[in-house]
Design a protein. Structure first.
Ligand code: FAD
Length: 322
């Protein structure tokens, strides 16, 4: 493996996303002792974030703070990352398998002419090699992959690898100037936030998801109450999004977000393969559906056959009292 690895921190809404610490832990897990781990923090007005990130256990924290990097733009971020890779001499790069990581990683890989393994959920050492596991076929199978050469790029699925522990010592902060490209083919005019609650769906420990069975926008209310009590986030099937019961930002599945919470509660969701692709790796799956033949019960650890409008409020009441 390489002597130096770079983790690209994900900084959004003035906070470092949890997947950053998971990627740092993944880097620690997939390196030998002499390998140096560096972290790149890219954005605007980063002092507080840099202070918070300093104790992540990395050798160096590269900070690139510039107004042009306020919002994610693949062209400007790729220029920033490529510069930091060069400065740090890194041969391996880790990113979160998030909307940004999924967009940025292939650009970085192609510019580096690197191999890439995406959506990694586990890393193991086998002899001298590090074996990366990633789910395929909607979680029905998994691939085990190794790199045979450098450079390489890996994206980490959120919520699968434990976060790096806080270190006693601070990473050395190195500020780098933004190598502003002469021209950008795209510019970000403004970013419109679609609210999916205060907890990030992809990083939530508990997800309450509603399907077409919730019957309308109002039908999400009991799910939101249960999510509030459990400190979770509310997601949805594409069926519910297509029916305009909720925003597409909440969609879970093959063409939506991939979630791996500790607990996933599917309410009025049939369990189509495309939905299952986005949630089958959840640690505990509870399904509530009035149809005992619904396919979701095949992958559920616990199934409740009944009307979600009766069961969800009962669960909320019980958890609130507990
Ligand atoms: P339905 O299949 O209509 O199921 C509703 C369920 O609610 C039924 O099982 C019913 O028994 C139950 N129900 C009804 N009323 C109640 C009640 N009161 N209490 C309890 N249960 C009740 N889907 C996704 O989710 N995510 C994706 O990313 C995705 N990507 C796709 C990509 C492609 C290329 C294609 C072709 C499809 C994709 N789909 C995706 C759509 C997918 O195939 C299904 O159509 C969709 O998941 C169905 O949503 P649903 O389960 O909410 O609706």
């Amino acid at each position: 493996m390489s002597a130096s690895i770079l983790v690209i921190a994900e900084y959004r809404d003035q906070s470092i996303r949890q997947v950053t610490y998971e990627a740092i832990q993944a880097a620690k897990q997939s390196t030998s002792e002499e390998t140096q781990i560096h972290v790149a923090l890219i954005g605007f007005e980063l002092d507080q974030a840099a202070h918070n990130l300093a104790k992540c256990g990395a050798e160096t924290l590269y900070v690139m703070d510039h107004e042009d990097l306020r919002d994610y733009n693949p062209e400007s971020y790729a220029a920033a990352v490529m510069h930091i890779i060069k400065e740090s001499g890194s041969e391996g790069v880790y990113l979160g398998h998030t909307a940004i990581g999924r967009d940025l990683s292939p650009i970085i890989s192609s510019r580096l002419d690197a191999g890439q393994i995406s959506d990694v959920t586990a890393i193991e050492k086998a002899g001298d090699e590090f074996v990366f596991t990633r789910p395929i076929y909607a979680g029905k199978a998994s691939e085990h992959k190794v790199f045979r050469s450098t450079p390489w790029v890996v994206t980490i699925r959120p919520n699968n690898i434990p976060a790096a522990e806080v270190s006693e010592s601070d990473a050395e902060r190195v500020d780098l100037a933004y190598p502003k490209p002469d021209s950008l083919r795209t510019t970000i005019r403004n970013v419109v936030q679609k609210s999916t609650g205060t907890i990030d769906l992809a990083e939530a420990n508990v997800v309450i998801a509603g399907g077409r069975g919730v019957k309308g926008t109002e039908g999400f209310k009991p799910l939101e109450e249960l999510a509030d009590v459990l400190g979770g986030a509310v997601g949805a099937s594409r069926g519910a999004c297509d029916a305009e019961y909720c925003d597409y930002a909440m969609q879970i599945g093959q063409t939506g977000k991939v979630v791996t919470p500790e607990v996933y509660i599917a309410c009025g969701i049939s369990g189509a393969i495309q939905h299952v692709a986005g949630m089958s790796q959840s640690k505990l799956i509870i399904a509530i559906n009035k149809d005992p033949e619904a396919p979701i019960f095949k992958i559920a650890d616990y199934g409740i056959v009944g009307d979600l409008f009766e069961i969800v409020p009962l669960l909320t009441e019980e958890f609130r009292a507990a």
